[in-house]
Design a protein around this ligand. Structure first.
Ligand SMILES: NC(=O)c1ccc[n+]([C@@H]2O[C@H](COP(=O)([O-])OP(=O)(O)OC[C@H]3O[C@@H](n4cnc5c(N)ncnc54)[C@H](O)[C@@H]3O)[C@@H](O)[C@H]2O)c1
Ligand SMILES: N[C@@H](CCC(=O)N[C@@H](CSCO)C(=O)NCC(=O)O)C(=O)O
Length: 387
């Protein structure tokens, strides 16, 4: 079949929308019509050429929601018409990692996914006979995409498709980092470095966990009003201070934080986030993704004296068994998706979404594949980007 897809031909080149050939789902695979997709910083990161797993030409996109159109042989857990969220971390109940109960990092298809192909080693996408790589096993910047069955989470059909893409990465990552990875306790002090959608969701997670002090840190103060409205008790711009940010935070909290989160992808800030932790027990969770060859450093004494460095992918959320419940939490009103959505646009304007995120002017831009179906601005938060 044909699908309209945004092709990333090479690093740092604007995406080009073309009619791409897409092979139907093979055994164990699912064809999904993407209804909306949003842009995460990781897509921007990979397009920048800094991702060691970045393969070109490819179809980027991993934060989305769609409807199952067709299934391959042997698929039993979803059927045409089901609403699904694509998962860049699949969940195979037979995977030893999943069976361990200790991690969400299912490894069943990790190698082929990282190589930009489906589990049988081939790509479903091509353009004029040239193979296009899949990205993160999802490739949601295409109206139709093919995924392994273990890479889709079936969700409640009540979830509005114009907003639910944000549940494909930013919100579970931020809330999950606080809840599943750091396991923040009520009354804790928390600092979140980087107030994009992921950092904002970590703030929301900290509120849900009952944290008593939540400090948001960003070099872009236009992010502060939203952070405060989500529950940040203080906002700090490191550029307003002569001392290193970790010293500022240690002073503000009389010794350091119980929990810190880095949601930027900057190895220097990762160090600051660790060193802002309280001696003896403070824990720093790395969410941000850093470029090829970059490394983190600190004095080992920081760890010897009880601070902990850990990391999280997709907030430790197991996609098929836990994400549908998080969607229910949203539908119940435990948390809101609206504040994350700053812009809406059509597929043809996808490069504008990259520009807005790059300039720090958006939190999340939602891209609508069928605007007549979902782009009803009177019901949606955010601004419509017109051509
Ligand atoms: N681990 C995971 O599973 C996972 C999931 C999603 C995203 N991510 C990563 O999380 C990070 C955040 O993603 P996002 O979509 O929220 O990005 P974003 O671009 O929307 O937000 C990043 C924020 O960091 C701020 N910032 C940049 N440099 C800073 C500095 N030196 N000090 C303080 N603030 C600074 C920016 O102003 C911006 O507000 C990215 O690295 C992304 O790749 C990881
Ligand atoms: N491919 C990169 C790392 C990219 C990365 O860390 N991805 C996160 C998700 S970011 C979502 O926006 C992740 O899930 N990692 C776990 C995994 O990929 O198995 C690199 O090679 O450095």
């Amino acid at each position: 079949m044909k699908t309209r897809a945004a092709i990333a031909w090479e690093p740092n080149r604007p995406l080009e929308i073309e009619e791409v050939d897409l092979e139907g789902p093979k055994a164990g695979e699912v064809l999904v019509r993407i209804v909306t997709t949003s842009l995460c910083h990781t897509d921007l990161f990979t397009l920048s050429g800094r991702d060691p797993e970045g393969l070109f030409p490819c179809i980027l996109g991993h934060e989305a929601v769609g409807i199952v159109e067709d299934v391959g042989r042997g698929v039993t857990s979803v059927a045409p018409g089901d609403h699904v969220i694509p998962l860049y971390i699949p969940e195979d109940p037979n995977c030893d990692y999943i069976k361990s109960g200790k991690t969400n990092l299912c490894q069943t298809i990790r190698k082929t996914q990282g190589a930009g192909v489906m589990p049988d080693g081939t790509s479903r996408f091509s353009y004029k006979g040239r193979k296009l790589f899949h990205y993160m096993g999802t490739s949601t910047f295409s109206e139709y995409t093919v995924l392994p069955e273990i890479s889709v989470a079936k969700i409640n059909k009540e979830a509005p498709l114009a907003k639910a893409s944000i549940m494909g990465c930013a919100i579970p990552t931020g809330i999950g980092a606080v809840r599943n990875t750091a396991k923040v306790e009520p009354g804790s002090s928390v600092a979140v470095f980087g107030l994009g959608a992921v950092g904002m969701a970590a703030i929301q997670g900290a509120v849900l966990a009952g944290a008593s002090r939540i400090i948001g840190i960003d070099t872009n103060p236009t992010k502060f009003p939203l952070a405060r409205s989500l529950g940040a008790t203080d906002c700090v711009n490191p550029r307003d201070h002569a001392q290193p940010i970790q010293d500022v935070l240690i002073e503000m909290t009389n010794g350091g934080l119980d929990y810190t989160f880095e949601a930027i992808g900057n190895v220097n800030v990762m160090r600051a986030a660790l060193e802002a932790c309280h001696k003896g027990w403070g824990e720093c969770t790395i969410i941000g993704v850093a470029g090829d060859g970059e490394e983190i450093a600190t004095r080992p004494f920081q760890l010897v004296t009880g601070r902990v460095w850990r990391g999280t992918a997709f907030g430790g959320v197991r996609g098929r068994s836990q994400l549908p419940d998080m969607v229910e939490e949203w539908l119940r009103g435990d948390f809101d998706v609206d504040p994350y959505i700053t812009h809406h646009m059509e597929h043809e304007q996808i490069n504008t979404a990259f520009d807005l995120l790059h300039k720090g002017e958006s939190i999340r831009s939602v891209i609508h594949f069928d605007p007549r179906q979902t782009l009803k601005m009177e019901q949606l938060p955010g601004t419509l980007v017109t051509r």
